[in-house]
Write a protein that binds this ligand. Structure first.
Ligand SMILES: C[C@@](CO)(OP(=O)(O)O)[C@H](O)COP(=O)(O)OP(=O)(O)OC[C@H]1O[C@@H](n2ccc(N)nc2=O)[C@H](O)[C@@H]1O
Ligand SMILES: Nc1ncnc2c1ncn2[C@@H]1O[C@H](COP(=O)(O)OP(=O)(O)O)[C@@H](O)[C@H]1O
Length: 283
């Protein structure tokens, strides 16, 4: 195989409950991951000398820290593969936005290089490797919108009402560790069943991080207030992005046309299966 171009889609957390805290400080979650048809694109070309190159560099992220490079190196180590790759990253997703861009880049790298190098690892192996890179990587490796528990690694595929989403980035960077360290964060939401969450539907869905992020980052609250005038809106992950769900693309276009300057906004379609897995013929 000479080269491969693959999507790295975004996700939204349509519900996020924090049900507890583990001994290692990580928080136990219940969340509904919604995959989107929009995201970054990665291009992989094999090398025989074992080197991993990445261009362009992601501003503010050192080469060795980039989740693309970490995923590629991890796959080399786990498989004993001596091949390398030149990787190009077309970045469209805002960083630290709660859209899982870095995690999705890592998952696309694991699946893309597994294919390019002819390793034949299965999704269980790759999801296990992915979890060591970040809590959000396994859902992108599995490639299905999903109900998730644990720190995001126990996944059950779900079919969500796809439709359209308007996503707004209010222009501030939210620190995930800072949100999880905030003393006032709700950490004791009683666990619910997946069946109950799905039965209650979007009207009941909320994000336990939202009050804390609103308090720490007023710009996020402003975006939520503005978008909520158009449709029920929520924070995704620990932010900074906020979103609303719409059935018609024309409604999304109408809202987008009113977004003021200073906010980055886009529309995307929800999907139950990842564009990555469709491109690889896996689902
Ligand atoms: C909470 C979510 C929901 O999707 O938020 P977003 O990052 O997408 O906004 C994710 O699970 C985040 O996953 P990810 O961004 O991969 O987090 P990691 O790099 O694993 O963790 C960053 C830091 O956040 C804290 N952390 C993260 C996840 C978790 N369940 N409990 C935590 O306490 C830990 O302090 C950890 O060191
Ligand atoms: N390839 C990458 N793309 C984006 N962020 C990356 C990447 N590699 C490492 N990172 C780091 O991961 C952090 C989280 O990024 P990202 O996954 O996009 O957001 P979030 O976790 O909020 O959904 C970034 O702030 C950045 O420091």
């Amino acid at each position: 195989m000479t080269s491969l171009s693959l999507p790295a889609p975004a996700k939204l957390n349509r519900l996020l409950h924090i049900t507890g805290r583990r001994a290692d400080g990580y928080h136990e979650l219940q969340t509904l991951f919604q995959l989107l048809d929009t995201g970054d694109t990665l291009h992989f070309t094999p090398r025989d000398d074992g080197r991993i190159t990445l261009s362009p560099a992601v501003p503010g992220v050192a080469h060795a820290d980039n989740l693309v490079v970490r995923a590629a190196t991890l796959l080399q180590q786990a498989s004993g593969c001596r091949r390398g790759a030149d990787i190009r990253l077309d970045k469209r997703l805002p960083m630290g936005g709660g859209l899982g861009g870095g995690s999705s880049n890592a998952a696309t790298t694991l699946l893309g290089l597994d294919r390019l190098w002819g390793l034949g690892l299965d999704l269980d192996d790759l999801a296990g490797l992915g979890l060591t890179l970040g809590a959000d990587v396994p859902v992108f490796v599995r490639g299905r919108s999903a109900w998730a528990e644990g720190i995001g690694e126990r996944l059950v595929p779900v079919s969500l009402d796809a439709g359209w989403f308007v996503v707004i980035h209010p222009g501030v960077a939210v620190s995930t560790p800072a949100v999880f360290q905030a003393p006032e964060l709700t950490r004791d939401t009683p666990p619910i069943t997946m069946a109950r969450a799905l039965q209650e539907g979007p009207i009941a869905w909320r994000n336990d991080c939202q009050p804390t992020v609103r308090a720490l980052y007023p710009a996020v609250g402003e975006a939520l207030d503005w978008l909520s005038h158009h449709a029920p809106s929520l924070l995704t992950g620990t932010g900074a992005c906020v979103f609303c769900h719409l059935t018609q693309e024309s409604e999304a276009d109408r809202i987008l046309s009113r977004v003021g300057e200073g906010w980055q906004a886009f529309k995307a379609r929800g999907c139950d299966t990842s564009p990555l897995h469709r491109a690889l013929g896996l689902l």
